[in-house]
Design a protein around this ligand. Structure first.
Ligand code: PA5
Length: 361
């Protein structure tokens, strides 16, 4: 066993490397999801079915919208647009529904989206643990899902995802049925026991993935529906492990990024392919051929397979695997997986003043 693997199995080393106990938050994720699945907006939002949903959020708080959009894309006759930025796009008008998510409740872009939504008299649901978003929502009588505080937003995916599913269902848009939600909850529960630090590297897929990636730069590619989760892996590596990562989607990357793998730096990258059973044959074939063409150039290749049958379980299991993998990468690289000092400093300097000045409205 390598010294790195021993480090990931050593409780004292883990405790030293994770002073804020991120591991317990991650291990508790199944309970977070179960609690979140019971949360509903108060007061209840209007039941009218919107012709378009705009999910406004940034960073970790946009991830719930990404998963909802990926689930909805396969079955809903209305689009779910994930909006990352100030204000709202013109499509958010008339009978559109806006789901405004900010875990902290203090994110300037989301506050400005809410201001514009209020101005346009749109149906809004707010998802937050407090802050200015909670205040604004109370002031305007906006249906709000109030979340428990104290987590890092990127580790609150359950809280940001399941209430959004429920809010859309109440508006007649079912991105995941009750049985699919139940399956997703079971799948993350099973996965948690397989990925926690107590489970040794020899038998822990997330530790093995982190060890395989090592010092290399992970390039994470998903398929048409798992692409959003590949992006989530990238941002988790960036925020938890404080390391660069790339993400992309098949088939699109076959039409551009694939050429970059001929560059001299390819050997310093680690290819991670997010796969699922029963991929459409054309996509499965593209994964195979992509691996054949660039696998040798990469410093290493790993495949990570989704769990479960339903779309929601599959996306959530891959996202959860990415959370743990980036957590173990942080430990291997000797950085605290919890704190994000640059991100905090940037927010402090930029502030929320003038959140709605000169924005897309
Ligand atoms: O993960 C994080 O901490 C960030 O990506 C935040 O989610 C992002 O800065 C937005 O903050 P919030 O989620 O509180 O709206």
């Amino acid at each position: 066993m390598s010294s790195e693997a021993r480090r990931l199995d050593d409780p004292a080393a883990i405790k030293r490397g994770d002073p804020y106990d991120a591991r317990h938050v991650l291990a508790d994720f199944p309970r977070q999801c179960r609690t979140a699945a019971g949360l509903r907006p108060v007061p209840a939002p209007p039941a009218a079915r919107p012709p378009v949903v705009v999910a406004a959020g940034m960073g970790g708080s946009a991830a719930g919208g990404d998963v909802v959009a990926a689930c909805g894309a396969e079955r809903l006759p209305v689009p779910i647009v994930v909006h990352r930025g100030y204000g709202l796009p013109p499509v958010a008008s008339g009978r559109a529904m806006v789901v405004a998510s900010s875990y902290s409740g203090g994110t300037a872009e989301v506050l400005s989206a809410v201001d514009v939504a209020v101005e346009r008299r749109l149906a809004i649901v707010a998802i937050t643990s407090g802050g200015a978003l909670r205040e604004r929502a109370a002031r305007h009588g906006i249906p709000t899902v109030l979340l428990p505080a104290g987590l890092m937003p990127r580790m609150a995916l359950g809280y940001l995802l399941f209430p959004a599913i429920a809010a859309l269902r109440a508006a007649g848009l079912e991105v995941a049925g009750e049985s699919e939600v139940a399956e997703a909850l079971d799948v993350v529960e099973t996965l948690a026991t397989a990925l926690v630090p107590e489970r040794p590297a020899a038998d822990n897929e997330a530790k093995r993935l982190a060890l395989a990636i090592g010092d290399r730069l992970p390039a994470v590619y998903g398929g048409p529906t798992t692409g959003a989760i590949a992006y989530r892996w990238k941002t988790d590596v960036e925020e938890n492990a404080k390391a660069f990562a790339l993400s992309g989607v098949l088939p699109e990357m076959n039409h551009n990024t694939i050429e970059a793998w001929r560059a001299p730096g390819a050997g310093q990258m680690h290819l991670v392919l997010l796969r699922e059973q029963d991929e459409p044959p054309a996509i499965a074939r593209r994964f195979t051929v992509t691996r054949e063409l660039i696998g040798d150039a990469a410093g290493g290749v790993s495949e990570c397979w989704a769990r479960g049958r339903g779309r929601l379980a599959r996306l959530l299991s891959l996202a959860y695997m990415g959370q743990w993998t980036s957590y173990y990468l942080a430990l291997l690289r000797g950085v605290d997986p919890w704190t994000v000092p640059l991100l905090d400093e940037l927010k402090r300097r930029v502030g929320v003043e003038g959140a709605s000045d000169g924005v897309l409205d």
